[in-house]
Design a protein around this ligand. Structure first.
Ligand code: TXA
Ligand code: MG
Length: 325
């Protein structure tokens, strides 16, 4: 099957909605990263997401809904904490883990009694979700273990022939995946940090916890956390004595490139790609720049950020990208 990139016209949104209703996969733009969507009620369609991505079978999916969708169709109970978070941060780059009422396909939550819900703010995502009026299960639109895709073209490069349509909603503005919060108890627990930070959640709820280290084989709150993830096709090293690292990689016959904020790389006369000026720029450009780097070089040296506030969430991804030199 040829994968077509569609512009987000009314007719094309209808076409994509029909495809979803017929059990096909559609690439959906969101403000965080692109999603690979399927009707969450349709087990065959949900199974095809796992096949298309080569996704581990124990990793549950996030279900996306439009902002007027009745949440009680999907959940059995929503506590005060969840209500506060919904009010403060949705539509937006937040995913809430809530008690499921088991109405979607059992393949979505992989045996957990919860369901992860996201109400994206991206205009085109909202239009498509409204048009089909279905809960859409959608992981990031990349092959498992690769970095997420933040443009329609990157989705096509990752998953070509595995889906009929990708809707082009432009480059994702946030650039890293949503903050995932377990809101089934009184205290919200951050399962995956994102642009909505623990400081912001604490302000709204008065308290917050964050799951940090996850050991292999441990039964984890968020199964996705245990996978090494987000890797380009070439090795990536965290920047530390860059000139030396660069020469060492060259001596191994590799062609390195340095990625980092402008302030870190501006004085380097080496091959380099700027990730912009701010932490927000860094997040927005990170995955796309890794893609450009892997297409043109054979090793990557990546400057990190201060591990605080949004920088903490970005470093969560960076730590899954880099290896030790
Ligand atoms: O920004 C995003 O969240 C993007 C866009 C497309 O919405 N989606 C995304 O999906 O990043 P994915 O599948 O790549 O990551 C989903 C994460 C995984 O770590 C998974 O384990 C966790 O959410 N998750 C899903 N359902 C869960 C549940 N019921 N309980 C705990 N964690 C869950
Ligand atoms: Mg993913």
């Amino acid at each position: 099957m040829e994968t077509k990139i569609l512009q987000p016209t009314k007719d094309n949104i209808k076409l994509a909605s029909k495809a979803l209703k017929a059990g096909n996969l559609v690439g959906v733009p969101t403000e965080t990263v692109y999603g690979l969507g399927a009707n969450a009620f349709d087990s065959k369609a949900v199974a095809s997401i796992f096949a298309a991505k080569n996704r581990p079978q124990d990793n549950p999916l996030i279900v996306h809904i439009h902002k007027n969708y009745d949440l009680s169709k999907l959940t059995s109970y929503i506590n005060k904490t969840a209500h506060k978070l919904l009010k403060a941060f949705t539509p937006g780059p937040l995913t809430l883990v809530l008690k499921s009422n088991n109405s979607v396909s059992p393949l979505v939550s992989r045996g957990l009694d919860t369901i992860a819900i996201r109400i994206p703010s991206h205009k085109v995502a909202q239009q498509l979700l409204k048009e089909c009026d279905l809960p859409i299960a959608a992981p990031s639109a990349n092959i498992s273990s690769r970095m997420s895709a933040t443009t329609a073209l990157s989705v096509k490069q990752e998953l070509d022939t595995r889906l009929p349509y990708i809707i082009d909603g432009g480059a994702s503005q946030v650039g890293i995946e949503s903050t995932v919060v377990d809101a089934t108890k009184d205290t919200p627990i951050i399962l995956r940090p994102g642009i909505i930070t623990s400081e912001q959640i604490k302000k709204v709820c008065g308290k917050v916890e964050e799951i940090t280290k996850v050991k292999d084989n441990e039964k984890v709150a968020s199964p996705g956390m245990k996978y090494k993830h987000y890797s380009p096709n070439c090795p990536v090293y965290i920047a530390d004595k860059v000139a030396q690292q660069y020469r060492h990689l060259q001596s191994l016959n590799l062609q390195p490139v340095v990625l980092g904020l402008e302030k870190h790389i501006k004085n380097l006369s080496l091959d380099k790609i700027s990730l912009g000026k701010t932490n927000k720029d860094y997040a927005k450009n990170l995955y796309q720049s890794l893609r450009i780097a892997e297409q043109n070089f054979t090793a990557i040296i990546l400057y990190g950020l201060k591990d605080e506030k949004f920088g903490h969430s970005i470093m969560n991804r960076v730590n899954k990208i880099v290896e030790k030199l």
